[in-house]
Design a protein around this ligand. Structure first.
Ligand code: F6P
Length: 522
């Protein structure tokens, strides 16, 4: 066993936190702030272009001290070392977890370097127009065909870094929904489109089925030989990609030590390189690398991913909060939450510990949210006055990219004001109308970043990757497998067989069988 396997609830720190929780759970954040004039300076971390204020949390110095002891007792330091040194910490799949090696500029593995060079060369050919389609025209559109980690990361980043984009148009075919595929194809010209089929396994039902539809569409205007100019694959399954008809030279390899939901740093990022050019992709890797070093080397007390993870544990396991929200005050980050949902929930949605025993405490938080200020006009009412405790991360940027200062000031005024309102409520005002009275006391973290640059985005994504890893270590679960998803895939295959053979009796559950009958009749 490469990772320590310690039941967190049996540690001394957990017991201390239980007792401490009894003492402080009723305390109001507003009062805690009043008692400590320097609180905001104490509960903050400044690192490079990041300023993380976590003072608006329902914590005291004692809380943090006990949470840090918990991290020590579950041997977090040792676990971090095991991950970075390439031990097979994904034990249920017998794999190392080395997405950090994809951006390790100091000790870059030859295979990583070679893949990056191949990505650079290829994407530059596409961007410059030197790579020509089958009728001699340059490529204008790039389509990423993939799902889950083979989609969410590339799409999130190309949207987030839209400001840095070149002339190419990027599209994403992920859903097996044929209507969605038809809509995208209707916008494309086969002569000028590049398709990147992204699938680590090259067996994912949705991706392969969609790739076949696209290939058939392409072959209506072109010949088999033209495929080599318009289709490339990203996969760890080289044979599978070759069988599909893609030549080896057009296959960008992936290693088995890169998990799907952490793969945007690998050749899975090829569509990102095409969209924003390789130098920006590399800058993003550098930002992630800097965050890796911060995470590896900084004392836990000043370590952003560790502190944010511990706070999340505090709310999940002691306050019994079920979810946390992430609200980024940048329209560019409108795909951040779906990306984080896969990263966090596919990783930490587990109920068996690293000893194979069922756990009797809560694990993975539900993550949800959207961009601000839009969210304020949608679900924020529930954050302010609902009965549920929902700790929220606010992410914002000091500088706007296009320089519209007026709008940016309004946007950021809302960003700061919301954490203030959630903290204070109407506590200091004497409001008699109970409908208009707010308790406040709602916890938030504020992550203020200088600017939405490729480098800072890389650091931000790596921050959340490390945060979820720390949580998995503390909960004593394996964060890097996803057996639950595999079960869903198997059941879907059986259901498809029942549909294709027109025999719903193959389905055991009466409710599903009835639904299938209805579906087949219509
Ligand atoms: O959703 C399950 C999953 O295995 C993810 O972890 C992965 O990102 C996705 O399917 C796609 O897998 P592949 O890249 O092998 O097509």
């Amino acid at each position: 066993m490469f990772l320590p396997a310690i039941n967190p609830t049996k540690t001394k720190a957990w017991q201390a936190l239980e007792n401490h929780f009894q003492k402080i759970s009723e305390q109001q954040l507003q009062d805690i702030f009043e008692k400590d004039a320097d609180r905001a300076n104490h509960f903050k971390i400044e690192w490079q272009n990041f300023y993380v204020d976590y003072s608006k949390n329902r914590i005291t110095k004692e809380t943090i001290s006990q949470l840090l002891k918990l991290a020590d007792e579950v041997k977090l330091k040792e676990a971090i070392y095991q991950q970075f040194s390439g031990k097979k910490i994904n034990e249920t799949e017998d794999r190392a977890v080395l997405h950090t090696a994809l951006r390790d500029f100091e000790n870059m593995k030859p295979v990583v370097k070679a893949t990056l060079q191949k990505m650079e060369l290829f994407s530059e050919g596409i961007v410059s127009g030197s790579h020509k389609g089958f009728t001699g025209k340059p490529i204008t559109d790039v389509v990423n065909i993939g799902i889950g980690g083979s989609h969410l990361g590339p799409e999130m980043v190309t949207e987030a870094l839209h400001f840095y984009r070149n002339h190419l148009k990027t599209h994403f075919i992920a859903n097996i929904d044929g209507d969605a595929v038809a809509e995208i194809l209707s916008e494309l010209n086969p002569e000028t489109t590049l398709f990147i089929i992204v699938s680590k396994s090259f067996t994912t039902q949705e991706t392969i089925a969609n790739a076949i539809v696209v290939k058939e569409w392409f072959l209506k205007s072109a010949s088999e030989a033209d495929i080599q100019k318009h289709f490339v694959a990203v996969s760890a399954n080289i044979e599978g990609a070759k069988e599909f008809g893609i030549s080896e030279a057009n296959i960008f390899p992936m290693q088995d030590w890169v998990g799907g939901r952490f793969s945007l740093w690998s050749s899975v990022g090829l569509s990102i390189c095409c969209a924003i050019s390789f130098k920006n992709f590399e800058a993003m890797l550098k930002g992630a690398y800097e965050m890796d070093n911060h995470f590896k080397n900084e004392d836990f007390a000043g370590n952003i991913p560790v502190i944010l993870a511990l706070l999340s544990i505090w709310y999940n396991n002691f306050f019994k909060a079920e979810s946390e929200a992430v609200v980024a005050y940048s329209q560019y980050l409108h795909k951040l939450v779906p990306y984080l949902q896969q990263a966090v929930m596919e990783s930490n949605g587990k109920s068996v510990d690293r000893n194979g025993e069922k756990i009797d405490y809560q694990s993975g938080m539900i993550v949800w949210g959207n961009v601000g200020s839009n969210s304020q006009h949608a679900y924020f009412q529930l954050l302010h006055q609902g009965t549920k405790l929902i700790p929220t991360d606010f992410i914002g940027f000091s500088q706007s990219l296009h320089g519209n200062k007026e709008n940016h000031n309004i946007l950021m005024a809302n960003f700061f004001a919301q954490t203030e309102a959630l903290w204070e409520g109407t506590h200091h005002k004497n409001i008699e109308n109970s409908f208009k009275s707010f308790d406040g006391n709602k916890p938030t973290n504020t992550i203020l970043i200088k600017k939405l640059s490729p480098k800072n985005l890389g650091s931000l994504i790596a921050l959340y990757e490390h945060k979820l890893f720390v949580q998995g270590i503390i909960w004593n679960i394996f964060s890097y497998d996803q057996w639950g998803v595999e079960l869903g895939k198997t059941v879907a295959k059986g259901t498809l067989r029942a549909i294709e053979s027109k025999d719903p009796s193959k389905i055991k559950n009466q409710s599903t069988a009835n639904l299938l009958k209805k579906f087949m009749k219509e």
